[in-house]
Design a protein around this ligand. Structure first.
Ligand code: NAD
Length: 264
């Protein structure tokens, strides 16, 4: 476990108890980064996750239960990250939720939640992480946006607004750090079969009274020309690349990995 490229770095991955965030946390740990987990889930599962990550990869781990819709929770998490883990070198803004409804039926409180978790939380973590990154003159900020950060779909107003917003926020962060060793980029995944998408598959199957497998295929083919899901491991490998020295001049990118979705 010597000479791994992220040895002595600490990564905070928001929403890392599931899906894409979990895969990114594993991949960064495999490169030697200490991991701060965040996200909801069963306490026993989270303790196991911390223990297993630490023992498999020989890294330190920590968990903070901050609700990413709450700025005060985020501030508390960032100060604990400094106290317990010596700060955040790699910030992965990943926590996210979805709500699917026409605008006139969209519950205002769901709009507020999507914007708070998928967009505003990244502002709060970034503003609190940047001072220490500037002091070290090194940092990586990766915002998990979406193909919906580049193009829209009906019934996803809050999600599309938040994801377009985070692509813009990524560019501003990259410009404000352009003269430093801190980079900021966005990753824009297409469909990935995580719990977030499984809910949409289940809803479609129920709505059209079709089997789940058919709903999955239809959902994919509507948007993703490859007809295949992007995997969490593929996205995690891109995040590792963005953390590498080879990516020093990748700045302000909105990098899609989407089976051809936004090429159409
Ligand atoms: P997921 O549901 O598997 O994981 C979401 C994670 O966020 C979980 O750990 C959950 O506990 C956490 N989370 C949710 N609300 C939170 C809150 N208020 N505070 C703290 N943590 C919270 O979903 P996923 O598919 O892995 O999504 C991760 C990110 O990837 C999201 O930003 C999502 O928009 C984005 N994304 C997903 C897809 C896809 O097809 N799955 C496509 C493009 C973008």
């Amino acid at each position: 476990m010597q000479n791994r490229q992220l040895q002595d770095k600490t990564a905070l991955v928001t929403g890392s108890t599931s899906g894409i965030g979990l895969a990114i946390a594993h991949a960064l740990a495999a490169e030697g980064a200490n991991i701060i987990f965040n996200g909801f889930g069963d306490a026993v599962m989270i303790t196991e996750l911390q223990k297993n990550t630490a023992s498999i990869h020989g890294v330190a781990t920590y968990y903070h239960p901050a609700d990413m819709s709450k700025p005060a929770d985020i501030a508390e998490m960032m100060s604990q990250a400094a106290l317990q883990m010596g700060g955040v070198d790699i910030l992965i803004n990943n926590a996210g939720i979805q709500h699917v409804a026409n605008i006139e039926d969209f519950p205002p409180e769901r709009w507020d939640a999507v914007i708070a978790i998928n967009l505003s939380s990244a502002f709060h973590t970034t503003r609190l992480a940047l001072p220490a990154m500037r002091q070290k003159n090194w940092g990586r900020i990766i915002n998990i946006a979406s193909a919906h950060g580049l193009v829209a779909s009906a019934q996803k107003s809050a999600y599309v607004a938040a994801k377009h917003g985070i692509v813009g926020f990524t560019k501003v962060t990259a410009l404000e750090t352009a003269l430093t060793g801190i980079t900021c980029n966005a990753i824009c995944p297409g469909w990935v079969l995580t719990p977030l998408v499984q809910h949409q598959v289940d809803a479609r199957a129920a709505q059209h009274a079709i089997p789940a497998e058919q709903a999955k295929r239809e959902l994919l083919l509507e948007k993703q020309p490859s007809g295949e899901f992007v995997t969490t491991e593929q996205l995690a490998a891109l995040a590792v690349f963005m953390c590498s020295e080879a990516a020093n001049q990748v700045r302000g990118a909105a990098w899609n990995m989407d089976g051809g979705w936004v090429a159409q």
